[in-house]
Design a protein around this ligand. Structure first.
Ligand code: NIG
Ligand code: FE
Length: 408
């Protein structure tokens, strides 16, 4: 029988276990175990504690040489890394003064990526997803949510979701897929927005279930996309079929977060335009707020009011929104720490936002913290003090990544 492996000693281990899902977090809330070890067996965590206490005759030991901090693998709970093409033109146009919505109206924006993604084969999409996911894995991201939403027909959305499913079998990172067929009304759809959503919910939803492609339905609620009224029957159908709901909400105008709460969505993401009213409603609700600083940096606009959401008692995850248009950078730790400096977030709040609170936004109970029974996804940084991790604003990279107990 295989023996458990004890990995360590780590100068510090941040378990992120037994911490509250909601509300502000002072750094004192972090459980910091010094001279720590993790006991791993069969890809899962057997125990976490002092390295010397976990030693026994019946184990193998994997020694960690010098000063090292160990924390759970990061989770990026919102990305669009399945796409083809580049939107460098959009970026240049925005920086010469055109707005995101103006560019969208003149043929750029999401539609530009839709036309390029439709031309790509499933194989080409798979290659792109794997390349991006592997880069993220080196940065410590062991789980990534990936949305469709650049296909916008039943067939093309299926191509994207099948590409995500296939890429998941070909990378060590875990990909969690989401159907974002409600990203915008396709420009070549001749009927109304409601007709389009009906087509998707009646033809695509059953295939998502029968082919096990995703259990998550997302929609972009915005003046340029779908209104709360348009989306009502779509979300009702999704709920009746047992899908989890998530929403692109309050990015430029409000309405999305209230809709998200109404449909008991697992998360409302963006929220750059949320005002006191939305913040109070979100904080009271079970819907997790997801800040996307990569979109604020990519578009040059306001950050999600993360401080206010936390102080009001909300649950806040932080994700990259990595996509070719509004968030081309795709560097979660850099973005989360920059959000931290502008929004005055503690280390605990930033790290919670990309570990256990991000796991909650994806309804993943088996990860996000280091404790018995969770999968053994953890990363180490070559420093003795965890505060160095955010201090370097993303330039300090992990020196090792373990996925399901195996060092990558
Ligand atoms: O999350 N807001 C809408 N959707 C994406 C942008 C996608 C794109 O511009 O291609 C977002 O920012
Ligand atoms: Fe997005």
């Amino acid at each position: 029988m295989k023996k458990p492996t004890l990995i360590g000693p780590f100068s510090q281990l941040l378990s992120m276990a037994d911490m509250p899902l909601k509300g502000a977090l002072a750094d004192e809330k972090l459980t910091v175990i010094e001279d720590a070890g993790i006991l791993v067996l069969g890809g899962k965590i057997n125990a976490v504690g002092k390295f010397d206490d976990l030693k026994s005759d019946d184990i193998e030991i994997e020694h960690i040489p010098s000063a090292t901090v160990c924390i759970p693998g990061f989770i990026d709970a919102h990305t669009h890394i399945c796409f083809a093409g580049s939107r460098a033109n959009d970026y240049a146009m925005r920086n010469s003064g055109k707005s995101y919505l103006e560019i969208a109206k003149t043929g750029g924006g999401i539609w530009d990526t839709v036309t390029k993604t439709r031309k790509a084969t499933q194989k080409e999409l798979v290659t792109g997803i794997i390349r991006r996911a592997e880069r993220q894995l080196k940065s410590g991201i062991t789980t990534i949510e990936v949305k469709s939403g650049y296909g916008l027909t039943v067939t093309e959305e299926l191509k994207m979701l099948n590409a995500i499913k296939e890429a998941n079998t070909k990378t060590q990172s875990d990909l969690i897929s989401t159907c974002l067929a409600a990203h915008m009304k396709p420009k070549d759809w001749e009927g109304t927005a409601s007709d389009y959503l009906l087509e998707i919910s009646s033809k695509l939803f059953p295939i998502l279930k029968s082919e096990n492609l995703t259990n998550r339905i997302d929609a972009f609620i915005e003046e340029s996309a779908f209104s709360p009224l348009d989306i009502a029957p779509y979300f009702q159908k999704a709920r009746a079929m047992g899908f989890s709901i998530t929403v692109h909400a309050d990015q430029f105008s409000v309405g999305g977060s209230e809709t998200a709460i109404h449909y008991n969505a697992v998360s409302a993401d963006h929220l750059e335009a949320s005002s006191e009213n939305e913040i109070a409603l979100l904080a009271k609700s079970n819907t997790i707020s997801v800040a996307l600083p990569g979109a604020s940096i990519g578009l040059g606009c306001d950050f999600t009011p993360a401080r206010k959401l936390l102080d009001a008692g909300g649950a806040l995850a932080i994700a990259s929104d990595h996509n070719p248009g509004s968030a081309p950078m795709g560097d979660l730790l850099t973005q989360a720490t920059i959000l931290g400096t502008f929004e005055k977030l503690s280390n605990a709040e930033v790290l919670a936002g990309i570990t256990y609170r991000a796991a909650a936004a994806l309804e993943l109970k088996d990860r996000g913290a280091l404790e018995e029974g969770k999968i053994a996804d953890f990363i180490t940084f070559p420093v003795a003090d965890y505060k160095e991790i955010t201090y370097h604003q993303g330039q300090l990279k992990p020196n090792a990544v373990w996925k399901n107990g195996t060092k990558i």
